[in-house]
Design a protein around this ligand. Structure first.
Ligand code: NAI
Length: 299
């Protein structure tokens, strides 16, 4: 089945380069009208350029429709203005890909509180800002596809990226609650953890790997996750043409009798607490509470 975006309007934040540029180009190629948002800063978030306008020119040259937006995701008013412009021009927004991002890597010991807060602000608050700006419209039109961009760092950790990792796992958490709140309105929310050679990772990937870890090989996962028949509440990994799913799981656990509800009791039961036999993937916090009650009832 062909995945087609004709008649859809998409916003891609941070689409002036790297992965976002590729998402915007591929969405436009499949018929979407695209808002290419990017303030055009450097990797650490400083400075400005016309990166978004260049991507719009590329899309138009290929026969697509797009507008450039230079707003910063960290400014809610600028996200509201971006949404208003898209609404004026095309009447709706169906798809939002929260992709904008920066890096300020340092070991936690050397990281300033400012660099911690700035990175969290761009990734986590920035994605919340752009999402909040489209949320009411998506609820009213009873259709929305939203993608958050996490990272293997957020899901699994990485030396020197405490700020980035905190924000990225936060985005998977934001996805989980918005997927629940949006379900009634056919708003589906997913998370993508990409791996690609871009300016963000240029000093990590050896030159020989650049072609393999292309943004082109990640974009199909992003497009699938914002398509009409997308799942919701999924965490997908994508890199070099390998696609994976990641889950937050819960073990069956153990109900300790009152006299063993002590630190020593927990220590004695640690093998049973962490036994992964029968592990589940709860679909909500309430489902976890339900498993507690079930265990107490001996189920
Ligand atoms: P990139 O640096 O090429 O793209 C990020 C874009 O976001 C830049 O064009 C930048 O100008 C823009 N941006 C930064 N702050 C902004 C703001 N306040 N408002 C609007 N735009 C802003 O890097 P890449 O690799 O394409 O990253 C895209 C996303 O994928 C990021 O969220 C990144 O954290 C994530 N990611 C990338 C990985 C990789 O292997 N390349 C790995 C895991 C996650």
């Amino acid at each position: 089945m062909t995945i087609d975006f004709t008649g859809r309007v998409a916003v891609v934040t941070g689409a002036g380069g790297g992965l976002g540029r590729e998402y915007a180009i591929q969405l436009a190629r499949r018929g979407a009208k695209v808002v290419v948002n990017d303030l055009g800063g450097s990797r650490d978030g400083t400075g400005h350029s016309d990166a978004a306008a260049k991507v719009v020119a590329e899309i138009e040259a290929a026969g697509g429709e797009a507008i450039a937006d230079g707003g910063s995701v960290t400014e809610y008013a600028q996200m509201e203005a971006m949404v208003a412009r898209a609404k004026d021009r095309w009447g709706q927004i169906d798809i939002l890909i929260n992709n904008a991002g920066v890096l300020r890597d340092k070991s936690f010991a050397k990281m300033s509180p400012e660099d911690f807060a700035f990175v969290v602000d761009v990734h986590l608050n920035g994605s919340a800002n752009a999402t909040k700006a489209v949320w009411e419209m998506m609820r009213q039109q009873a259709y929305g596809r939203i993608l958050m961009t996490a990272s293997s760092t957020g899901l699994f950790g990485n030396f020197g990226q405490a700020n980035y990792g905190a924000a990225k796992l936060g985005l998977a958490g934001l996805t989980k609650t918005l997927a629940i709140e949006g379900a009634k309105y056919d708003i589906r929310v997913n998370t993508l953890a990409p791996t690609a050679a871009t300016r963000m990772t240029e000093d990590i990937f050896p030159e020989a790997m650049h072609a393999l870890f292309s943004p082109e090989s990640v974009a199909p996962a992003a497009l699938y996750l914002v398509s009409h028949d997308a799942p919701t509440n999924m965490i997908m990994g994508a890199g070099a043409g390998v696609y994976q799913a990641a889950y937050v799981t819960l073990t069956q656990g153990v109900a300790l009798p009152a006299d063993q509800q002590t630190p020593e009791g927990v220590a004695a039961a640690i093998d049973r607490i962490t036994d992964r036999t029968g592990e589940i993937v709860p679909q909500s916090g309430a489902e976890q509470a339900g498993t507690i009650l079930k265990l107490l009832q001996g189920g």
